[in-house]
Design a protein around this ligand. Sequence first.
Ligand code: C2E
Ligand code: MG
Ligand code: MG
Ligand code: MG
Length: 287
Amino acid sequence: HAKVNGRNQLCFYTPAMSRDLVRRREIEAELRAAIIKNELSIFFQPIVDLETGKIRTFEALVRWFHPQKGELKPDEFIPVAEETGVIVTLGNWITAQAAKACAAWPEDVTLAVNLSPMQIKAPGAALGILTALRDAGLAPSRLELEVTESLFLDDNHATNSFIEELSAAGVRFALDDFGTGYSSLSYIHKYPFKKIKVDRSFVSGPNVGRKSDAIIRAVAELGTTLEMEIVAEGLETVEQVKAVREAGCTLGQGYYFSRAVPDYLAAMLLAQEREGEYCRAEAQRKT
Ligand code: C2E
Ligand code: MG
Ligand code: MG
Ligand code: MG
């Protein structure tokens, strides 16, 4: 059969698409149970100070270890969770778990949690986050919420009061995947972002070159002027680390430093730092 989609184009279902649809429906049905069955876990990826090599933040990234399908990445199930509304329950669980892990780290290490627009617009969203922090014994100033520009597409009251309420409590906000959405400067102007995460498509891949470098430099310049930190995402090589630092980024994240790891390994990375062993010390600027 044919279906007219939102852009007024005809699209025909193929066997591959219906397989995809079946898989999504399966994921939808299983996701609700997965939390209770303990199949989900939170991994943590370090965000590193490009000047000193110290871990400043861990970003919480959810993983689903499915008994039959194996490890599922968020890109496969977060969109389904968003479509079905399960993201609200799932998101509350993620924030609570991640906050507990962060409470065990040294006080100067912060936690970054990704939030979907639907979580932010749900009734009582801000209070839910503050409650999770209180239960974990984590100061609001140690939490940073990563949102993408899609949040502002339908600029509504709920978003504004969520950001206002949490900012007043000391929670910080980061603009994630910058450069892939509408990249409107008005969001940066209007909202109190402390951090901009430049999408990894500007750091590696087929389109990286003189232009992407100029864009990173411009964003970094903006960051310096507006006192925001600029994170380069997706750093995989020492050359990339050096290039983004040279371009003015203050923080970096990527497989070069570490993949997302379970909480006990995150704690181990921090313990190694206390022994003076920084991850990928060779990438640091020599003084
Ligand atoms: P994101 O927030 O932009 O997270 C960064 C993604 O890039 C992660 O993928 C991370 O593993 C990956 N990454 C980090 N360094 C590198 C690198 O050097 N090279 C490459 N190729 N990739 C790198 P992941 O964990 O698969 O998550 C994908 C997306 O799913 C996230 O993008 C975020 O938008 C969403 N997500 C993940 N966890 C959560 C969550 O707890 N809640 C919500 N709402 N969304 C989440
Ligand atoms: Mg993120
Ligand atoms: Mg990102
Ligand atoms: Mg992303």
